[in-house]
Design a protein around this ligand. Structure first.
Ligand code: SAH
Length: 482
């Protein structure tokens, strides 16, 4: 005998979401103040036939009554008001009135919402994001309205205004699309490919004529517009997903394939489209750098030529100490459409974490991003000059020799330094010290990659912040012996 799997409700019964067609239907709003007015306005927007009942009405409601837009019931609530109503919204300032209305509505089998009282309500009004006809409604079942509002703010920022135009176009063309693709499966494929294609992008850019033309082409060709593959070199920032740019987020959500550095964490990868293929690239054990890079190039080429949108996701900024330059050369050389989406590089993120103003005019007029590894020689004498800030990438193994060489070339042994390990990640640690003392400190604290070292007078601020005990949780401030 077949058994039904249990329905997962995680211990709570969720509300059942509904989008109700209130056009021409009678709705009773109880209460005459500003809250009631806002509910009335929302209901009118949906075309409801609204009656408002209260002892007195605020000026906005009075105007609507006077213009005949809504009806009114004056005086104390009585159950007879519910006659013929589909819905009731109780927004009176008097809790006893709301309770009576809820009881009367429930007894008659009419849905009722009591403002700010989830327990008395048989339906809730969700937080919502609207783009014309398209709406997203959010509910926490009354458990956490602030959280729902937060999510709404996020969606407000994320959902493009052009979605309205997109919904409009699809609504207008619905009948033609149905005629062209009578079979539901084919129609669905048409929609999916249409939405993955150029059309949404053209609308986002405000090009309605171009969008309509793209639509006509797709409809005419039957096999919807074939897509050209592309590659975006995207900066993922230092690790905290909150430091992704909006463009990076959008690219992740549109990607078919993500070729990501091994160090990129799940907090960021989880933001990508659920069915995007994720491939960890970079050096494998025993593989040399050039072989790893050649593999990345081959993957970019293969997927882009197969019409996929590829995101090459790198930590920090894609053009700072990665091999982004070589990747750009490769993409241009193979005529693959591409773009670069910058990210917050480790030096800037770690400076922020340690509260170091990299170019504080009182102490420095330049900041140099540098890596002790690389093909070109470092000019240690130039780097040892005072009045400049050095931000050093990939230096954990080279700390000792770098420190010795800079001091040897004349940089003060007591120049302040800050070393940030796993900056912006939950396991972040910060060490402060002097140029001469820091390598030993790093060894003592077993500092691991990724770590970034800031050297220069400006780093004294980090030291002061640490000594003043203003460090955040997870900071480890170490005073060097004077
Ligand atoms: N493109 C990256 C840098 C790649 S090189 C960027 O723009 O940030 C890798 C080096 O970056 C690491 O060895 C480390 O020095 C630095 N780094 C990257 N992320 C870091 C982080 N979260 N905290 C500290 N250093 C980091």
């Amino acid at each position: 005998m077949p058994t039904h799997p249990p329905i997962a409700t995680h211990g709570v019964q969720p509300l059942f979401p509904l989008f109700a067609d209130l056009h021409g239907r009678a709705v009773l709003v109880i209460g005459g103040g500003a809250v009631a007015r806002r509910k009335v306005e929302a209901l009118l927007e949906a075309g409801a036939d609204v009656t408002v009942g209260a002892n007195g009405f605020d000026p906005g409601l009075q105007t609507l009554i006077a213009r005949g837009v809504i009806r009114r019931r004056a005086g104390a609530f009585e159950p007879g008001w519910l006659e013929g109503a589909w819905l009731v919204v109780a927004a009176s300032r008097e809790p006893s009135v709301n309770r009576a209305a809820a009881a009367a509505a429930t007894a008659r089998g009419i849905f009722v919402n009591v403002v700010d009282d989830a327990g008395l309500s048989s339906f809730h009004l969700p937080a919502r994001v609207r783009r014309g006809r398209l709406q997203v409604a959010i509910s926490s079942g009354g458990a956490a309205p602030v959280l729902a509002r937060r999510l709404r703010e996020r969606l407000e920022a994320e959902l493009d205004a052009s979605l309205d135009a997109l919904t409009g176009l699809l609504a207008r063309e619905r009948a033609r699309i149905r005629r062209r693709f009578p079979e539901p499966r084919k129609r669905r494929r048409f929609f999916e490919r249409l939405l993955d294609g150029e059309l949404p992008r053209l609308l986002r850019a405000g090009d309605r004529t171009g969008a309509q033309a793209a639509f006509e082409r797709a409809l005419a060709s039957g096999v919807p517009e074939s897509r050209r593959g592309s590659v975006a070199l995207v900066g993922a920032g230092p690790g905290d997903p909150g430091l992704l740019t909006m463009k990076a987020l959008r690219a992740l959500q549109e990607a078919d394939v993500i070729l990501h550095d091994r160090l990129i964490g799940p907090a960021i990868l989880d933001l990508a489209r659920r069915d995007a293929r994720r491939v960890a690239v970079g050096k494998r054990v025993g593989e040399d750098h050039d072989a790893a890079q050649a593999r990345i190039h081959a993957l970019m080429l293969h997927h882009a030529r197969s019409g996929r949108r590829v995101v090459r996701l790198q930590g920090g900024d894609p053009l700072v100490f990665g091999r982004g330059g070589e990747e750009l050369d490769f993409l241009s050389g193979h005529m693959i459409p591409h773009e670069v989406i910058p990210g917050i590089t480790a030096a800037l993120a770690c400076a922020a974490v340690a509260e170091v103003a990299l170019t504080d005019r009182r102490h420095a007029r330049s900041v140099t991003l540098l890596s002790p590894r690389g093909n070109t020689p470092l000019d240690h004498a130039a780097l040892a000059a005072p009045g400049q800030t050095l931000a050093i990438y990939m230096g954990v193994g080279e700390l000792e020799s770098l420190s010795r060489s800079l001091v040897h070339h004349g940089r003060g042994a007591d120049t302040p330094c800050v070393l940030v390990e796993s900056g912006t990640l939950p396991e972040q640690r910060t060490l402060t010290g002097t140029l001469a003392a820091l390598p030993a400190l790093a060894r003592a604290h077993n500092v691991q990659a990724p770590a970034l070292l800031i050297i220069g007078e400006v780093a004294a601020r980090a030291a002061r912040a640490a000594f003043a005990g203003r460090c955040r949780d997870g900071f480890e401030a170490v005073a060097h012996a004077a």
